[in-house]
Ligand binder design. Structure first.
Ligand code: PFF
Length: 488
């Protein structure tokens, strides 16, 4: 008997999955990574990663969920057998969900805090980058501010999860995702009307190939995983609430399209403002908190833009954070037969506690550095670095290898084409059944595992360098540029 809750509609599932994909990764990370890595040149490489690796793995993840109707640990167990070591690949996902949420909810708290500041009109005083950086630095180093907003953000996420799949996840996504899209379209349109907007657009669409090197490719692949919520079972868990004949192939195209479209729109909305105010596009992680708010202060309609932008960011963070927490909640519900309420409460308390050291990384625990003292990793850095650069790609690697060599491409393709997916227009050539040599088979069996291993090697070598990876750490960035600005 399967009394597992299911999505109320196909649109509900697509919006929830797109809500998971569209998050801080699109609006906070994508623009600044593109800004630092050659604009359109990065975009081009990133799009190849999304289509060649992200899309096939997304199909497999959702399929694993739909076929087994289980959380990541249960899904691997159902197919490979209870005693198989593959269940640890699922356990890695649960661990990743825990780790990601511990820093993600802190940044979610910043967005919420900045939304309140936007309403108060605080940004109108941000006449120079120094002022906005000082404000950001003071906010995050204030324990009450950071813990308070983190707690408020977390409570919203927990509240939605407690309501369940249909009344919580689905309803929230059905309301929040269209709102997000509407706000973003208005902001991008408004940005395009500014003087000097062309420069911002051409920055995003004219490639600067000189900024590209091997690292750019690896960053693009790592970000493809993060932005599509791949590698830790979030899409698997969402897939487990689908019914057995629900379409996956077409849904995946839509999810990938929405995620990419929204990242590009966010880039347009941000870079048009930044360029028209003469700001610096390679602003790093502080791009939206510092550079954007400063640029805004110089433009007409700043008050409206500021509020809309941070509401947008908060919505994006919430719809992703619920999918991250859902992975560990589904794990407790399926594997330990806990009620949803009990599972949610236990997991939220655990994740909330794990997030405290991340929040305190900017103030009380600022000087507590993990690993080797001179490498300078705070708890926040470690959580972000571990999750985004190691756990997600590793999870993606296991999923690709599992689908390619354990489950078998034939089986995967047969199941993908089952039900409503049959009608997909180019599945016949891409996913041709009984063909390890189909494009899909080659991508899953060979290309994805090899490229992911390269990313992991890069991530490890990066972690071993003296400096922690700058692009992952807002506060490092926030402290350093003050001098740069003064020098300049
Ligand atoms: N895709 C989200 C973003 O772009 O912000 C982050 C994320 C959500 C990563 C869910 C992983 C995940 F399972």
């Amino acid at each position: 008997m399967n009394n597992r809750e299911q999505w109320g509609s196909r649109t509900g599932f697509i919006l929830a999955a797109a809500g998971s994909a569209v998050g801080l990764g699109n609006i906070w990370k994508f623009p600044y990574i593109a800004g630092e890595n050659g604009g359109a040149a990065f975009l081009f490489i990133y799009l190849i990663c999304i289509v060649a690796i992200g899309l096939p793995i997304l199909n497999v993840e959702i399929l694993l969920g739909r076929e087994t109707q289980k959380n990541p640990v249960g899904a691997f167990k159902s197919i490979a057998g209870k005693s198989s070591i593959w269940k640890y690949a699922g356990a890695l996902g649960v661990l990743a969900s825990f780790t990601i949420l511990s820093f993600y909810s802190v940044v979610g708290g910043w967005s919420l805090g900045y939304t309140v500041e936007a309403f108060k009109g605080t940004f109108s005083a941000f006449e120079t980058l120094e002022i906005s950086e000082k404000f950001f630095g003071e906010s995050v180093s204030n324990v009450k501010w950071i813990i308070g907003y983190h707690t408020a953000f977390f409570l919203m996420v927990v509240g939605i999860i407690l309501l369940g799949v249909k009344s919580g996840l689905e309803k929230a996504s059905k309301f929040l995702m269209p709102t997000l899209l509407l706000i973003l379209i208005i902001l991008a349109a408004q940005g395009l009307m500014l003087d000097g907007a062309n420069e911002g657009v051409s920055f995003l669409f004219n490639p600067d190939w000189s900024a590209v090197n091997g690292e750019t490719f690896l960053k693009a692949l790592g970000h493809a995983f993060f932005t599509l919520s791949l590698g830790m079972g979030a899409m698997m868990t969402y897939g487990s609430y689908l019914s057995n004949k629900d379409d996956i192939v077409n849904a995946s195209y839509i999810i990938v399209f929405l995620d990419t479209f929204i990242a590009i729109l966010a880039g347009v909305a941000i870079f048009t403002v930044v360029f028209s105010a003469g700001g610096e596009p390679a602003g790093g992680p502080g791009l939206i908190f510092n550079v954007l708010t400063t640029s805004l202060a110089k433009l007409p309609g700043a008050y409206f833009f500021g509020i809309s932008f941070f509401v947008l960011l908060t919505i994006a963070a919430i719809t992703s954070a619920i999918s991250i927490l859902e992975v560990s909640v589904a794990y407790l519900v399926d594997e330990f037969k806990y009620s949803r309420k009990k599972a949610t409460l236990i997991m939220s308390i655990l994740v909330y506690c794990a997030a405290i050291p991340c929040a305190l990384s900017f103030n009380a625990l600022e000087d507590v550095k993990l690993f080797v003292q001179d490498k300078g990793f705070t708890f926040f850095d470690v959580a972000d670095f571990l999750a985004s650069n190691l756990l997600l790609p590793l999870g993606g690697f296991f999923i690709a290898v599992f689908a390619g060599y354990v489950w078998g491409i034939d089986e995967v393709v047969k199941k993908l084409l089952k039900g409503d997916s049959q009608s997909v227009y180019f599945s016949n050539s891409i996913l041709r059944s009984s063909s390890n040599k189909s494009i899909f088979g080659v991508l899953i069996k060979f290309l994805s595992p090899v490229l992911i291993i390269l990313v992991l090697l890069y991530a490890i070598s990066e972690g071993l360098k003296t400096d922690p990876p700058k692009e992952e750490m807002p506060v490092e960035q926030e402290v350093a540029p003050v001098e740069e600005v003064l020098d300049a």
